[in-house]
Design a protein around this ligand. Structure first.
Ligand SMILES: Nc1ncnc2c1ncn2[C@@H]1O[C@H](COP(=O)(O)OP(=O)(O)O)[C@@H](O)[C@H]1O
Ligand SMILES: O=C(O)C1=C[C@@H](OP(=O)(O)O)[C@@H](O)[C@H](O)C1
Ligand SMILES: [Mg+2]
Length: 182
């Protein structure tokens, strides 16, 4: 499977989108390993460049600053790079410029998880997601529902309910390959 860039999308970047905690970082890393492509997680890259954690950036520089940096990074990668697997932060795709860059230059894969299964992950992810802190479950559910609209623009959707990360990654690659083979 490795080094199969020309077969898979002619080397177009693969972009993972979806709500916080659905598995973009985990699955993106796995897909990149399988393809032997470079993996870029926008949050990890922003943390690396700032020598700060995402919660610290939100707290000290504000969300507007974070959104600007995130947008610029994604547009840059989408327009200048190839053979990258790019996992976005869950809120990035709400910005029109981000959606346009990803959809026109990359293959966008939406990781979809039901609310019922997502809820079970909340305790393990809440500590480093500033937007989930100090919110009731009902408020988080509203955010989950509101964001569905933005995530509806994609090339492929993978429903991840009941699937372990390895299975999700394999399914995602089969989907993309299938399209390319047509
Ligand atoms: N398919 C899966 N099944 C079970 N747990 C998962 C799955 N994908 C990710 N996780 C777990 O869910 C949490 C959030 O995953 P992460 O990759 O950080 O999501 P995101 O980048 O979308 O916020 C992590 O604890 C991760 O281990
Ligand atoms: O949905 C969001 O607005 C955010 C999602 C996070 O990334 P993950 O989706 O990887 O958790 C991170 O970018 C930040 O906490 C904001
Ligand atoms: Mg992530």
């Amino acid at each position: 499977m490795k080094g199969n860039a020309e077969v898979l999308n002619h080397g177009k970047n693969i972009v993972l989108i979806g709500f916080m905690g659905v598995g973009k970082t985990t699955i993106g890393q796995l897909v990149a390993e399988k393809l032997d492509w470079e993996f870029i997680d926008t949050d990890q890259e922003i943390e690396r460049r700032h020598h700060m954690s995402i919660p610290a950036i939100f707290e000290q520089k504000g969300e507007a600053y974070f959104r600007k940096v995130e947008r610029e990074l994604i547009v840059d990668v989408c327009t200048k790079e190839r053979q990258k697997v790019l996992s976005l932060g869950g809120g990035a795709y709400l910005q029109e410029e981000v959606r346009n860059a990803c959809l026109s230059h990359g293959i966008v894969v939406f990781l979809d998880l039901s609310w019922e299964n997502w809820k079970k992950r909340l305790p393990s992810i809440v500590h480093d997601r500033p937007l989930l802190k100090n919110k009731t479950l009902e408020e988080i559910k509203q955010l989950f529902e509101q964001r569905k609209q933005a995530y509806s623009q994609y090339h492929y959707r993978v429903v991840t309910d009941g699937l372990d990360p390895e299975t999700v990654a394999t399914r995602m690659m089969e989907l993309i390959r299938g399209r390319n083979a047509k």
